[in-house]
Each structure stands twice: as C-alpha cells, then as structure tokens.
Design a protein around this ligand. Sequence first.
Ligand code: PGA
Length: 246
Amino acid sequence: MARRLIAGNWKMNGLRADGTQLAGDLADRIAAEPLTCDLLICPPFTLLADVADAIDGSGIALGGQDCHGAAKGAFTGSVAAAMLVDLGCSHVIVGHSERRHGLGEDDETVLAKAAAAQAVGLTPIVCVGETAGERDAGSALDVVSRQVRHSVPANSGRLVVAYEPVWAIGTGRVPTSDDIAAVHAEIRAVLRADRPDAAAALILYGGSAKPDNAAEILAIDEVGGLLVGGASLTAADFWAIATSCD
Ligand code: PGA
C-alpha cells in the first residue's frame, strides 16, 4: 500500500514571516524524526517561493490551493498549473468546497483544473463532499459519486481524491467512522469502475481533522490520509496529526 499522505491546507492565512517559520519548524521536526507518512503543505500562492526554500531538502512536498483550467492566457488574478511546477509544487488542490460553494465552481471547472494539473505533471487533489442538506436528504453517496465521475479526468494516472463533507469543514463536526467508511468505499468503487488508471489513488478525509481524532480516522478502511485545514496552521498540531499515521 502507498504511504499515507497528510496534507495541510493553509487557506488564506499567513504572511511571509509566519509561513516561513511554520514550514521551517516542520522541516526541523522531520529532520529529527522521520515520518511513516508523506507530508504536504499547501500555502497561499504568495508564500510558495519562501516555503519552498524553507522545506528544501526536507522531503516535505509543496502544493498549491488552486490552479486555472487553461495553460496560460488572459485570466487576471489566476495561476496556471505550470507556474506551480515552476515554484517546486508537486500537488494542487482543486474543487475545494470553499471554491465549489463559495465561488460557484462546478464539476466541469474542477475537471478542467485537474486535467490542467495532470498535463504538467502535478498531482491534483480533487475535493468532493456533500452539504448538510444533501446528507440529511440521504443523498451523500450519490452526490459524492457524481462529483467523482464528473470532476476526475478520464485516464487519470496521477490523482488524489479528498472526501470533505462541507458541513464538517471548520465546524468541529466529524462524520461517524461508518459514514466515512461508506463514502470512501463508494469513491473507491467509482474509481475502480470508471477510472481504472486511478483505481489505487489515495483517498483522503478532510473536515475538522485534529490531533485527537486523527488516529481514529486514519484507522478507517480506505482512508489514505488527511487533508487538514485549521490544525495545519500550528506546527505542533500538524505534527501530532502526522505522527498519528505510525
Ligand atoms: P478544517 O478544513 O480542517 O479546518 O475543517 C479542512 C479543509 O477545508 O480542507
């Protein structure tokens, strides 16, 4: 089985001094105590170059939080996948719920971004997840499988999927282990059936992952790692989550 992945999504947090310090702290920790999982940090675009320097040689991977679906062009304010590669990124988050629901990105947009990432050798982390209303209506599995079918590119060799229930993000609420297991099993089934090249892709869980629930979530079948928001902004918390893989 592939090593698990603990990914930190810093969202829109951090100035250069904070970001460099946080990344440097993680690099120091991993130099002193190698991990059994892979570590990835996804800072804001403005910090990528400084963070790349701070983690250079540490083995910690760097990712963007978004990219455009086009290779280049007249898209003011956007960042192309190749620009992320240029700064040392190996991964990019696409389709995060704060973009799907906050900025109106649909599956087609997310698919284009994931394909643009793969075209330049980045691994897209394609986020999927139901809203509270969809879960209450009993349609969580349908929503998630539809999102996977429509936002994961065909012929997807290089891929991570992240299951992030919208209602669990930043709320302190986490689904039951049975619910996480059921969604992850559904995602795996869709990948096996419809995306055979990516049948073994890591499937992360995200949404209020913390040091005190990480080990329990990581023990669930088909959970290949965690996508961590708030708790990735503190080195001690993110490290505690990473060492929960052991
Ligand atoms: P959270 O965010 O850990 O703060 O809930 C997770 C995410 O949005 O990726």
